[in-house]
Design a protein. Structure first.
Length: 586
């Protein structure tokens, strides 16, 4: 007798093979059989008729480093079919940490990843660990709705070894480099699934300092890569300099993106393992990604293993009265409106007197130069490019719906159009930052998704909690690329599923998952593709210390199973927590 039988579905097995009708039998957390018809008794049967059945998604770019300490559901990823999440990306995280130095890591995470510091101070049990192996032991004692894997971050490592923020951004001594390499080796031996670093000046602490490691010499990274090789290998994840352009307004990047790819090639050779890095279409040079992929192909043909990590949709910067907006630093807003409940705030902003003040007052910059509150500048300048979000979100919609386009047609100002939109519906609406060449962006992502070297990532789930809702990327890629695209050809479902499952499992050497094969873990999604939907963000005030985060409701997941246990059924959490920490050497 089986534990669970999934019947009547169209199996997309994660390998890239064509979909086929099949049943799946599960026992003891493993897939026992995949066959056209399985006639056997089971304690539980899931009818997958009319649905696709896929492996659980493997999301390789999340930031649950803090949330995993207080939350066991790990939304939004668990809501979007993710059964394995990799965290500790971008060189930021919470171990190792010297006693009483948590402030350094909190201000780093708050500045880079927009996770409220108050939530991190209250929700993370500081003092439970110091070393990275101790952090893994802490996580290993907890249960979740999905599995998690942790990477050791360069920023935390440098703080730990070098002490103050000033020293951590200086050149390390030979002894300090050797200590970093030793600690990375210990972390991998204890089960770290990767080492991560950020080299872009665009990542800064709350006080505007670069992430420790941003200007680390090549030799430091090469020494760490050699230490990873010596303990059996593993993933290096990097945010290269010039990922989104030269960033001259911040003082300029240390090197070009193509120079960075050359370094990543050397790191892969030194570590004898994969190096995955962020690759997005740059506004500064919209076609640079093509040259990057050519260089990646050349490096990989000569023995490197470079894996560009790409988004399945444009990264969405949001604005709304529950998040960041153009008026948030106006004195009238700060003093009179910010303390009000959302609906009352939106109603008060209808007053012509209040509107006049908010339109004419000078904004007050926040004290912290690295605070995301400084987005008020961007959102003011970008008002013409902001696109209202409808109930069901379309991330490739035309700029004809932007505030600038509406203002041009009606003879108004984009700022006025944005203001009227934001105060409507009790202040619950959101708009997103669009791109002038939406069609070009869509075509670029289409081509990147199909390139043999790329991996699907960059959801940033768990981070940017009031600015970005990209944890739904695994879901929206099915909606847009497989089902709804009209501007060009769709992508076969088996290709999209492969990129989000077995491709990512192989990158992180997770040999027990990623495909629907007998003997592998029963991490499975049953998805009603025709009903699949992602709605507009909703503000929730459920972080520690009452912090706010934006979550997008999702519909269409009939069931999600982790380790053979149903964790979500008909888009609702079952309360089951079979997920555990994944260790690289287990």
């Amino acid at each position: 007798m089986f534990d669970t039988l999934i019947t009547g579905g169209t199996v997309v097995d994660g390998t890239g093979a064509s979909p086929r009708r099949a049943d799946i039998a599960i026992a003891n957390g493993l897939i026992v059989d995949v066959a056209e018809h399985i006639e056997a008794a089971a304690a539980e049967t899931i009818d997958a008729s009319g649905a696709i059945v896929t492996p659980g998604w493997i999301d390789i770019h999340t930031h649950y480093d803090g949330q995993a300490a207080w939350d066991d559901q790990l939304a939004p990823s668990s809501m979007n079919g993710v059964t394995t999440a990799i965290m500790g990306n971008c060189g930021v995280g919470f171990a190792p940490v010297a006693p009483d130095s948590e402030r350094l890591l909190v201000e780093l995470m708050e500045g880079v990843e927009d996770i409220p510091g108050a939530a991190l101070y209250e929700g993370v049990p500081w003092g439970e660990w110091e070393s990275f192996p101790e952090y893994l032991d802490f996580l290993g004692g907890r249960s979740y709705a999905m599995d998690i894997g942790a990477q050791i971050p360069h920023g935390a490592l440098r703080f730990y070894v070098m002490g103050t923020s000033e020293r951590a951004n200086d050149n390390a001594t030979p002894d300090e480099v050797a200590t970093q390499a030793r600690l990375v080796a210990e972390a991998f031996e204890a089960g770290a699934v990767g080492f991560t670093t950020s080299r872009t000046i665009g990542h800064q602490t709350l006080w505007g300092d670069p992430v420790p490691g941003t200007f680390a010499p090549d030799d430091e990274l090469l020494t760490i890569a050699a230490a990873i090789r010596d303990v059996g290998g593993g993933v290096i994840e990097a945010i290269p300099a010039s990922t989104i352009g030269p960033l001259d307004h911040l003082g300029g990047e240390r090197s070009s993106l193509l120079e960075e790819v050359n370094l990543l090639d050397r790191l892969s050779r030194a570590s004898h393992g994969p190096v995955t890095f962020t690759l997005v279409q740059s506004r500064h040079d919209p076609d640079e990604w093509r040259t990057v992929l050519d260089d990646v192909d050349a490096a990989n043909s000569n023995g490197a293993r470079l894996v560009p990590q790409i988004p399945a949709r444009p990264i969405s910067v949001l604005t709304g009265l529950s998040s960041y907006h153009a008026f948030m630093r106006k004195p009238t807003y700060l003093e009179r409106l910010a303390p009000l409940p959302l609906a009352e705030r939106a109603e008060a902003m209808r007053s012509s007197d209040i509107r006049e003040l908010l339109m004419t007052e000078e904004s007050v910059p926040p004290a912290e130069p690295g605070s995301m509150d400084n987005l008020y500048r961007l959102l003011t300048q970008a008002a013409p490019s902001l696109i209202p979000i409808d109930d069901a979100v379309e991330y490739f919609s035309s700029s004809e719906t932007s505030f600038g386009a509406v203002a041009k047609r009606s003879g108004t100002d984009p700022i006025d159009e944005m203001y009227d939109f934001l105060i409507g519906a009790g202040g619950s609406r959101f708009a997103r930052l669009g791109r002038e060449d939406a069609a070009g962006t869509e075509q670029a992502i289409f081509e990147m998704l199909q390139h043999q070297a790329t991996a699907t990532g960059l959801s940033d789930a768990g981070a940017h909690v009031t600015m970005i809702c990209d944890g739904t990327m695994p879901t929206t890629q099915l909606i847009h690329w497989v089902r709804d695209r009209t501007a060009g050809p769709t992508i076969p479902v088996e290709q999209v599923v492969h990129k989000q499952t077995l491709r990512n499992a192989e990158l992180y050497s997770l040999s027990d998952r990623g495909a629907l094969r007998p003997g592998l873990r029963a991490d499975i999604n049953v998805i009603d593709l025709e009903r699949l939907r992602v709605d507009a963000p909703v503000a929730h005030h459920d972080l520690p210390a009452g912090g706010t985060r934006l979550i997008q409701p999702v519909a269409g997941y009939r069931a999600t199973l982790c380790n053979g246990v149903v964790t979500r059924l008909d888009d609702a959490d079952t309360g089951a927590r079979p997920g555990r920490l994944v260790r690289s050497r287990s």
